[in-house]
Design a protein around this ligand. Structure first.
Ligand SMILES: [Zn+2]
Length: 76
């Protein structure tokens, strides 16, 4: 798809790192599937993936973890 930020680049399938910060906890998901603009580098994570990450993040925060770095794995 065309990039919404720079309006020139095309997005390519790739991976990104998503960092969530909540109540003093930091959770990092590596290798999250994303569409990355080949012009400005803007990253687009699908909404079903970002809501899944938020849900996982909330579970991790509930366990009282301060810093958690994990590989993203699809629930599917
Ligand atoms: Zn762009």
């Amino acid at each position: 798809m065309k990039c919404l930020i720079c309006k020139h680049g095309e997005t390519q399938q790739g991976f990104t790192t998503v960092t969530l910060e909540k109540n003093g906890s930091t959770i990092v998901f590596k290798h999250v599937p994303a569409h990355v603009c080949d012009n400005c580098g803007e990253q687009y994570v699908d909404s079903h993936i970002s809501s899944e990450l938020l849900k996982k993040g909330q579970e991790i925060v509930k366990n009282g973890v301060e810093v958690d770095i994990r590989e993203y794995k699809s629930a599917a």
